[in-house]
Design a binder for this molecule. Structure first.
Ligand code: FES
Ligand code: FES
Length: 176
């Protein structure tokens, strides 16, 4: 198990005793010694160096920071590390298996479902949650589930098409 320490503020590190929280990040147990108010997004990016998860708005409005916490999509900019102690977090870095792309990642490539790519990790992690919960969501269901994840490049149609292609493949596999 690895331990990481991080603090806010100008005090010398030796003068501040941080609480510690255990989380499982992408399958690996970690101990984080961080301020109790630290948002999960900060811990992922600044403490653990998992910079795939993006900072967009910081107020739960854009979805760029979406990760899975205990298999539920959450906006990591407004979830405090202290609130999810003991739980499991999956980020975009934890999606690929054995070096290969996850089917959702591959579908985004195949459908050219990104331009700048800034929204992409959040989009994929939100879609991952949808497909874990529903094996054959319709296009309108996908639209509903993804509408609060914002893409400034206007790639939404291709994003929905990519997710739909994975949903269709999963539905076919379930029937065969
Ligand atoms: S950065 Fe978290 S929702 Fe925008
Ligand atoms: S691809 Fe640029 S914000 Fe979505």
């Amino acid at each position: 198990m690895r331990a990481f320490s991080y603090r806010y503020g100008p005090f010398p590190a030796s003068s501040v005793v941080m609480p510690s929280y255990q989380l499982t990040i992408n399958g690996t147990p970690q101990v984080l010694e961080v301020d109790s108010d630290m948002p999960l997004l900060w811990a992922l990016r600044d403490v653990l160096g998992l910079v795939g998860t993006k900072f967009g708005c910081g107020i739960a409005q854009c979805g760029a920071c979406t990760v899975q916490v205990n298999d539920v999509a959450m906006r990591s900019c407004v979830v405090r590390v202290s609130d999810i102690a003991g739980q499991s977090v999956r980020t975009i870095e934890g999606l690929a298996d054995d070096g290969g792309l996850h089917p959702l990642q591959q579908a985004f490539v195949d459908h050219d479902a990104l331009q700048c790519g800034f929204c992409t990790p959040g989009m994929i992690m939100n879609a991952y949650g949808l497909l874990e919960g529903e094996k054959a969501p319709s296009r309108s269901r996908i639209n509903d589930a993804m509408e609060d994840n914002l893409c400034r490049c206007g790639a939404h149609k291709r994003i929905v098409a990519a997710i739909e292609s994975v949903a269709e493949k999963m539905a076919k596999e379930a029937k065969s």
